[in-house]
Ligand binder design. Structure first.
Ligand SMILES: Cc1cc2nc3c(=O)[nH]c(=O)nc-3n(C[C@H](O)[C@H](O)[C@H](O)COP(=O)(O)O)c2cc1C
Length: 324
């Protein structure tokens, strides 16, 4: 059902699913597990030094023969060095976040790599299309991490109308219903982050995973709105404190946020850590392997899409017979 979609055709993968690049969590082992399960695994390079990134790419390459991606943040001070490393190690897919990759695109195209850009606005999407990315990932504000202000439900159809480039939907998708809905909205695939934090292969600590399992759909907050960089995190006494503090002293809030993602990821520090996660944490109820997660999602999505298709065909037949 999915193999004729552009993402599957272009990368020769089974499912049109991308593991969202996740700073701190998206390491080589998780990326390889998603690629081996039929999706496209992504290494999140945002939190890595050059040496660490090289190690994680090597780890991924040793664990899978399937294509995988590296997510690079355009705001990363080491972006040029990371680009050179990806070219040297022949990374097959590069996903750019937080900006316009501009001239890097041509370099990767000449090297035969597939390029993608993450956007939360129509303006950036148009810029990336003109620059020539192969896929555009529209990320709604339900998602975990740095976010824009428009929901997936509205952003994806708007981008699908606007662009010729295939659109991938991200934000709030955690099961087959979300995947089926993304197709209905005009997407040609999905990018998922939060669901995979609670996977066996994710490097998140046990506290982080358990917090995802215990969260309801209202258990995230957006910190940093007043500081100009909104980030969706799990609701904790620390994130609530940051939100209150932003109103009075942005400098103090910035100071406390410094290093808080690392503290959440490395030791599950509830008092000083920011646990990045999307609203879909409320839809995650168990820790499973990437293979189990992906197989279950696509079995459910296939059932829904076939059911919908059958109903549409039945309805058309009835209309033609004049019984409706
Ligand atoms: C822990 C975490 C870290 C993230 N880090 C990045 C990042 O470094 N670069 C990026 O482009 N997106 C990042 N994201 C966004 C994901 O790539 C993905 O688009 C998003 O998680 C999709 O929404 P979902 O969380 O509702 O599945 C991050 C998300 C999470 C949850």
């Amino acid at each position: 059902m999915f193999d004729s979609l552009p993402l599957c055709q272009c990368l020769k993968i089974k499912y049109p699913l991308i593991l969202g690049g996740m700073a701190w969590i998206g390491k080589g082992a998780l990326a390889a597990a998603v690629s081996n399960a039929g999706g496209l695994g992504t290494i999140g390079s945002g939190s890595m030094t050059l040496v660490e990134l090289r190690e994680e790419i090597n780890r991924c390459q040793m664990s899978t023969t399937k294509p995988f991606a590296v997510n690079i943040l355009m705001l990363d001070p080491a972006v040029e060095e990371k680009v050179s490393l990806l070219l040297e190690l022949r990374v097959p897919v590069v996903i750019f976040g937080a900006g316009n990759p501009g001239a890097f695109l041509e370099t990767f195209r000449r090297a035969g790599a597939v390029t993608m850009g993450v956007v939360s606005s129509e303006n950036l999407a148009l810029l990336l299309e003109r620059a020539g990315v192969d896929f555009i990932i529209g990320e709604g504000c339900e998602s975990g991490g740095h976010i824009g202000s428009v929901t997936t439900m509205v952003l994806i159809p708007a981008l699908a109308d606007l662009l010729r480039t295939p659109v991938i939907a991200a934000g709030g998708i955690a099961d087959g219903r979300g995947i089926a809905a993304a197709f209905m909205l005009g997407a040609q695939g999905v990018q998922i982050g939060t669901r995979f934090i609670a996977s066996v292969e994710s490097d998140a600590n046990e506290t982080y995973k358990q917090m995802i399992l215990k969260s309801g759909i209202r258990d995230t907050v957006v910190t940093g709105e007043r500081l100009g960089h909104p980030v969706r995190v799990l609701k904790t006494s620390f994130s609530k404190k940051i939100k209150r503090m932003e109103l009075d002293s942005s400098e103090e809030a910035e100071r406390l946020l410094l290093g808080s993602y690392r503290k959440a990821y490395q030791n599950g520090n509830l008092h000083e850590g920011s646990f990045l996660a999307g609203q879909s944490a409320g839809l995650v109820h168990e820790v499973s392997t990437c293979q189990e997660i992906i197989d279950k999602m696509f079995t459910q999505a296939t059932t829904i899409l076939e059911y919908t298709n059958t109903h549409i065909i039945e309805r058309r037949k009835n209309e033609q017979r004049g019984s409706i």
